[in-house]
Design a protein around this ligand. Structure first.
Ligand code: KIV
Length: 254
């Protein structure tokens, strides 16, 4: 798709019912993101979600999918220890969920792990820029790599990840100019989130683009629905119907 100049559309998914709709719509990649920790479990960060929980979400998504590529995040603490731990976690994801690839956050420091996972035949997607598993190191969710030193390091890391064999790379919340440069220099597809339009594809967190997480309003987010308000209104309507003895009607009973 990168060679053809066709943009790649990726969304997160965590459950069977919604993944089935996204797949039917023709989404290219479904990411079982560790953002499940936020949007599904209500944690403040992505750190608490476990490997078992990621496998549960991933297997639900895999059962729904007929055509999309399913990529699963290696959660915090399941790969940073050493490359053997990274390999074991990846094998568990592939074996127990049936997913097609894993994603990991980090640059040169995870090169050994990427190579070891690849040697077992598991495709790896990289993730640079704002890497939410390192939020306590960054201290803030602001745009990364605005300064030259960090931008140069990111560019080098992108080359290292591509040379290590990553099949694609997510760039999160970095200046559009830098992301465009990475996409030009690096041969693998670059998928952006808050990284501008000069990259090879885009990803959004499903609950954000559907307007379920209505309090989250970063500049890069385009909302396609306002489901918080719609679901709330439907629920209020249902409550009214039940309390007013309007539901069920004659036709809705046996
Ligand atoms: O977990 C996630 O949803 C992600 C995307 C933001 C790329 O990693």
């Amino acid at each position: 798709m990168k060679k053809r100049g066709e943009k790649i559309a990726m969304l997160t998914a965590y459950d069977f019912s919604l993944a089935r709709i996204l797949d039917a719509a023709g989404i290219d990649i479904l990411l079982v993101g560790d953002s499940a920790s936020n949007v599904m479990a209500g944690h403040e960060t992505t750190l608490p979600i476990t490997l078992d929980q990621m496998i549960y979400h991933a297997s639900s998504v895999v059962r729904a999918v007929q055509r999309a590529l399913v990529v699963v995040d290696l959660p915090f603490g399941s790969y940073q220890g050493n490359s053997k731990e990274a390999l074991n976690s990846s094998i568990r994801i592939m074996k127990e969920s049936g997913a097609h690839a894993v994603k990991m956050e980090g640059g040169r420091e995870i090169k050994d792990s990427i190579e070891r996972i690849l040697s077992a035949g598991v495709p790896v997607m990289g993730h640079l820029g704002l890497t939410p598993q390192s939020i306590y190191k960054f201290g803030t969710y602001v745009v990364r790599a605005k300064e030259e030193v960090e931008a140069n390091r990111l560019l080098e890391d992108a080359h290292i990840l591509a040379e290590s064999g990553c099949f694609a790379l997510v760039l999160e919340k970095i200046p559009a100019k830098l992301a465009t440069r990475v996409a030009h220099e690096v041969k693998i597809p670059i998928i952006g989130i808050g990284a501008g339009g000069g990259v090879d594809g885009q990803v959004l967190v499903l609950h954000d683009m559907l307007g379920i997480t209505h309090e989250f309003n970063p500049r890069f987010l385009r909302r396609y629905m306002n489901l918080f308000d719609d679901i709330k209104a439907a629920t209020e309507h249902y409550i009214k119907d039940v309390k007013g003895r309007d539901f069920p009607s004659e036709k809705e009973q046996y």
